[in-house]
Design a protein. Structure first.
Length: 496
């Protein structure tokens, strides 16, 4: 798999600037990273069905960077939207979604649903006749409040599957940690960057010393870096309760811009916040997907302005069935709301936290798994369901060319720690050290077999040595005292 991805990357790089080739009968186009068949069809004034048939593509949602597409000549662009007050009819073709149809005709999903009285917006079929209302204007991503439209071209979007792990570098022997990551055979490292630590003194007063040391160590080890940037400093917030975003999203955009400028070409990806569907991560503002996407858009534009090749990953949500709107919003609900707010225009990859609690990676809800008396009665507790549900939401919204990045996943155990688990983490007692190792290996294998998952960041390597006895320790590959748990050897042994 790694060799295939490398070949595709090289092919995409070599062909990135090549124009389409035209003959009397057809035009050819080299697929680029981030392309979808729908976007290519619109570019050349044809349809997904025509391209799929002409190129003998079995699955229109599965195309590869570097592939040469043949574009039939003589195709006509889609008809213009009907004028106000008039209704036009459209026949659904394979690969269509209602959202894509709405965008194509410059209308809204809500308007199409209303005029067609469609009971299930996720269920349409080829040959179905859809009425298109006239006069509606689809809200675009550039209409997000506070976001100035930008002509900055997007850099390379998400990359395919890769092995990664989250580490804690501040205050540690950074070279030794990087060496352990290499020993495990990982290619990606995630380091959470607490904004409040590095710009604590005031706006624009950033201390880069620790950040420089981290980047130097990881670059020296040949590792790809994901910075997950979270937690606004006190001066930027309206409250000091828990953690949360700034009062002015531009302050966050300025900080990530400073990072991307300083580490251009050295930090490959940035995750914009973490679990923003929880009050404890978004305190100071009401929980709101639209509000988060506004911050994401500002950060995306700020990063791309200084490093167009940086990958921008949307903040991963916390899987939770709780949905009171104050303490938490169900991640599936919130994720759909992010798409309604325009996330697709401001993310190269979708962050996710497909944790498994104590349920094996391939298990499904809700079968009363043996030895798992709690945390098995909702889809959010299952690794497999989180990946599947997110992918389904992406497909429903026409976002089939973007990878899901699992920026945190894993299985915890307290078997070698002693005592009862911390309140709220009782489920770690259901998993022993060998099961932890098995589940992690199987989780990597399960995700690798999917065609929509990018880098997988295991949570975590060394937090047990940083906060001994804390709940972060349950998930560490290194146990108390830095000893290697069975999971360390199991992950190291995965053919990569």
């Amino acid at each position: 798999m790694r060799r295939v991805v490398a070949i595709l990357l090289i092919a995409a790089m070599l062909g990135a600037m090549l124009p389409a080739v035209v003959s009397a009968q057809e035009t050819t186009y080299r697929i680029q990273w981030g392309d979808t068949l729908y976007r290519i069809a619109r570019r050349f004034g044809t349809t997904v069905e025509a391209l799929a048939t002409y190129n003998k593509i079995v699955n229109p949602n599965l195309i590869y960077a570097g592939t040469i597409l043949r574009i039939p000549t003589g195709t006509q662009p889609p008809p213009p939207p009907p004028p106000p007050g008039e209704v036009q009819e459209y026949t659904v073709v394979r690969g269509d979604t209602l959202l894509n149809i709405a965008r194509r005709f410059n209308t809204t999903l809500a308007a199409i649903l209303a005029i067609n009285v469609i009971p299930n917006p996720n269920l349409i079929y080829p040959g179905q006749k859809i009425k298109i209302p006239g006069g509606a204007v689809v809200p675009t991503a550039t209409s997000i409040p506070g976001v100035t439209p930008t002509s900055i071209p997007p850099g390379p979007p998400s990359v395919g599957f890769a092995y990664g792990i989250q580490v804690h570098l501040p205050g540690q022997d950074k070279g030794a940690v990087a060496a352990q990551v290499n020993d495990l055979g990982m290619k990606w490292v995630k380091q959470q960057i607490e904004w409040k630590v590095y710009e604590s003194a005031g706006r624009g007063q950033i201390d880069f010393s620790e950040l420089d040391a981290m980047v130097d160590a990881l670059n020296g080890a040949g590792l790809n870096i994901l910075f997950s940037v979270v937690k606004a400093p006190a001066w930027a917030r309206n409250t000091t309760e828990e953690d949360g975003p700034p009062a002015d999203f531009q302050d966050y955009a300025n900080f990530v811009s400073a990072l991307a400028s300083r580490y251009k070409g050295r930090v490959q990806a940035y995750e914009i916040w973490n679990e923003q569907n929880l009050r404890r991560e978004w305190n100071g503002r009401p929980l709101s997907a639209a509000s988060y996407v506004q911050m994401l858009a500002l950060a995306y534009n700020a990063i791309k302005a200084v490093d167009p090749n940086a990958i921008v990953v949307s903040g991963a949500l916390a899987p939770t069935g709780w949905n009171d709107g104050v303490n938490a919003i169900d991640d599936r609900v919130y994720f759909q709301q992010m798409y309604a707010a325009g996330i697709a225009a401001y993310s190269d990859a979708i962050g996710a936290h497909p944790n498994g609690w104590a349920n094996p990676p391939a298990s499904v809800c809700c079968n009363n798994t043996a030895g798992v008396p709690t945390h098995d009665d909702h889809r959010s507790f299952f690794f497999r369901h989180t990946l599947e549900d997110y992918h389904n939401i992406m497909v429903q919204n026409g976002d089939t060319g973007t990878f899901i990045w699992a920026t945190e996943f894993g299985w915890g155990t307290n078997a070698d720690i002693g005592g009862s688990p911390v309140a709220g983490f009782e489920f770690v007692a259901y998993t022993d050290l060998n099961e932890q190792a098995t589940y992690i290996v199987d989780g990597f294998a399960y995700a690798r077999a999917l065609n929509y998952v990018g880098p997988m960041f295991l949570w975590n390597l060394n937090f047990c040595t940083v906060v001994p006895g804390g709940e972060q320790c349950y998930w560490g590959l290194l146990g108390p005292g830095g000893t290697q748990r069975p999971a360390y050897g199991a992950v190291k042994g995965i053919p990569k």
